[in-house]
Design a protein around this ligand. Sequence first.
Ligand code: ZN
Length: 341
Amino acid sequence: MGFGSGGSEALMKDFLRQVGGCAVIDGGLATELESNGADLNDPLWSAKCLISSPHLIRKVHLDYLKAGAHVIITSSYQATIQGFMSRGLSEEESEALLRRSVEVACEARDIFYKECSDGLNNHNQIKRQTILVAASVGSYGAYLADGSEYSGDYGKEMTLEKLKEFHRRRLGVLAAAGADLIAFETIPNKLEAQVYAELLEENNISTPAWFSFNSKDGVNVVSGDSLIECASIANSCKKVVAVGINCTPPRFIQGLILSMRKVTEKPILIYPNSGERYDPDKKEWVASTGVTDEDFVSYVSVWREAGACLIGGCCRTTPNTIRGICRALQKKYDAPNGSAP
Ligand SMILES: [Zn+2]
């Protein structure tokens, strides 16, 4: 299934009902590509695989579907026309690669459905024909590839208009590529949230979107802008069907959900990272700073109770984390006093 064109908040609510109240988002894509042998030490990061190894992207999407994800996020996070063109690709080739990211995810979904109908995937997934492909839009900071999606500092020269110009064409291409949703991920500041909201309206984009912010203090978004103000921008945009947080340590999530709930009744999504810290100079994750899968999963019922209804993982989470999330949600529904919504 998909939302199709003309998707709306009602369709998101319908989707959530179909999956039993809480949807499972996939886990980290780029970091899982690395675990599968990809070398992503490159300004294009995971988008590099769109050029060199789309089969690996398809495999990781499929691994997440088999682990129980209802939503898979494409490999376009750091894929930009500007980034591809600086590698010598033409504008047409760059746009084709953006579309390819959606195709690869749709191919994985088709393979998964086929395996389900052939009886190759056991458990309750057989019954499910409810998988959404979300086209990722990473921030301008992700394109810069200098870690500034974790500072949200784009310098004094940056303006709303310049940032709109940066995002406009890529968003148009991704919105027309056949995804069910647009996932604006790791939004580090209020300016970029405003840019996305205005572009969605001005270009009358019919693919529904989610806005997902990141935080490093558990209160504000990473730039220091108020999360409440950022979530209010998302709330005011009719095209936005869910609002949330990604790539943020698990320990901050509960409080952040509660703050967002003060300003929105839209469904809340969260896909925290493993809690490890990213060192932008060394371009690596500091492993000792994270939580185990077990600890990550133990938060699931807390996040659910706080009001999250799409839950997954971001960087350094794996198909195993996603399996754990599914089990935790299942347990909740199976409980004698089942608190399923
Ligand atoms: Zn992440």
